[in-house]
Design a protein around this ligand. Structure first.
Ligand code: HEM
Length: 342
């Protein structure tokens, strides 16, 4: 059973992002109080960010009514406490000269006044610490598993390529190949790009605000208006992606089997506010899926059909819990040995 709320894919994403952001990660179990707090923060943010979740989204005047938004303020207080804890830890590491997250230390040093940042978490430089992003990566991994289970022919093509490029007995080779041999894994890339188009991780996109009046095709978008670049609508553009409901990784390849460069990739947004961690996130998805494809055949279970339309209703959407069979592609003991050596 794969359930992003309960399962290890979140633990993996937690661990990668928190290590990058705060240095060491103590997150090993769902019983860990910190994990529970993080999951609660993410649940709150996801609920609050859903467009139209609060009447104030439509009637901004409401924000001036005393007491309105009490729940949101409670959420915010809770998340600030968590961020402060984590940043405090990085600062302690800095004081004691312990190796930790170089990025967070750099941000704190650049700011040159750590204690103020500590108090002023809304500082734009700290935005990238947001934990919601942990879950984008976990959602991406779930979408790739769903796509593989429901499209066995496409999965078989990826594995055929894996076997040609990597071979089944070369676990140690996998570690370096996934990052360095991109041109050799075109089918894999095509699969990932198509899966993220077919089921976008952030279907509505994130909210932007017009800073001045913008005239767009004769329409005025007034200053202050909230604008969404809807990823779902883009993904269903039949001119850019003919027969858009069909999952077809081959559309990503040109007649010479090279990756097409003329196809939009909108998963990480666009323009000035495009995801600053696109490289981390993309590599995370890529290395995870490559290892999964190399190790297992992922199969839909006949007694547990997967509903490809069952997704959570959140700004950052992910498949509903699903059951799939992970059949090792080599003898299990050999697979374990190779994985342990990685
Ligand atoms: C598969 C994983 C991810 C996806 C699909 C994703 C997607 C996005 C999207 C769609 C945006 C909004 C772009 C726009 O407004 O047009 C965004 C912004 C952002 N992302 Fe990611 N992201 C992912 C992973 C991450 C990770 C791992 C981090 C941090 C460690 C991160 C940090 C951020 C930040 C800080 C912004 C805000 C940028 C700004 O407003 O200037 N993202 N991301």
């Amino acid at each position: 059973m794969l359930d992003a709320d309960e399962g290890g894919d979140f633990r993996y994403a937690d661990s990668v992002i928190l290590r990058l952001t705060y240095g060491k990660s103590t997150l090993t179990s769902d019983d860990n109080p910190k994990v529970v707090r993080i999951h609660e923060v993410v649940r709150n943010i996801l609920a609050a960010m859903r467009p139209g979740a609060y009447l104030v989204d439509r009637i901004p005047l409401l924000k001036h009514i005393p007491g309105y938004g009490r729940v949101l303020k409670k959420y915010h207080k809770f998340e600030l406490a968590l961020f402060r804890d984590q940043l405090g830890r990085v600062m302690d590491d800095m004081v004691h000269d312990i190796c930790g997250s170089r990025r967070t230390k750099r941000v704190l040093r650049l700011a040159g006044r750590s204690s103020k940042i500590h108090m002023n978490i809304s500082c734009p430089m700290m935005k990238w610490l947001t934990l919601l992003r942990v879950y984008s990566t976990a959602s991406g991994i779930m979408i790739l598993i769903l796509a593989a289970a429901c499209h066995p022919e496409a999965q078989a093509r990826v594995q055929e390529e894996m076997d040609t490029v990597v071979g089944k007995d070369r676990g140690e080779y996998m570690r370096c190949t996934v990052f360095t041999h991109v041109p050799d894994h075109l089918t894999l890339h095509a699969f990932i790009s198509e899966a993220l188009r077919w089921r976008p991780i952030v279907p509505l996109g994130f909210a932007h605000r017009a800073t001045k009046d913008v005239i767009w095709r004769g329409q005025c978008i007034p200053a202050g208006a909230t604008v969404f670049g809807c990823h779902w609508a883009i993904s269903r553009d039949a001119i850019a992606f003919p027969d858009p409901e069909t999952f077809d990784p081959q559309r990503r390849l040109d007649p010479t089997a090279q990756l097409r460069t003329d196809m939009g990739f909108f998963t990480y947004g666009f323009g000035r506010r495009t995801c600053p961690e696109i490289h981390v996130a993309n590599r995370s998805l890529y290395i995870n899926f490559a290892l999964l494809m190399w190790s297992f055949r992922i199969m839909e279970r006949p007694d547990a059909p997967i509903d490809v339309n069952a997704f959570t209703d959140a700004v950052n959407s992910r498949p509903a819990p699903l059951e799939a069979e992970f059949v090792p592609r080599m003898e299990e003991h050999k697979l374990r040995e190779m994985m342990e050596g990685m």
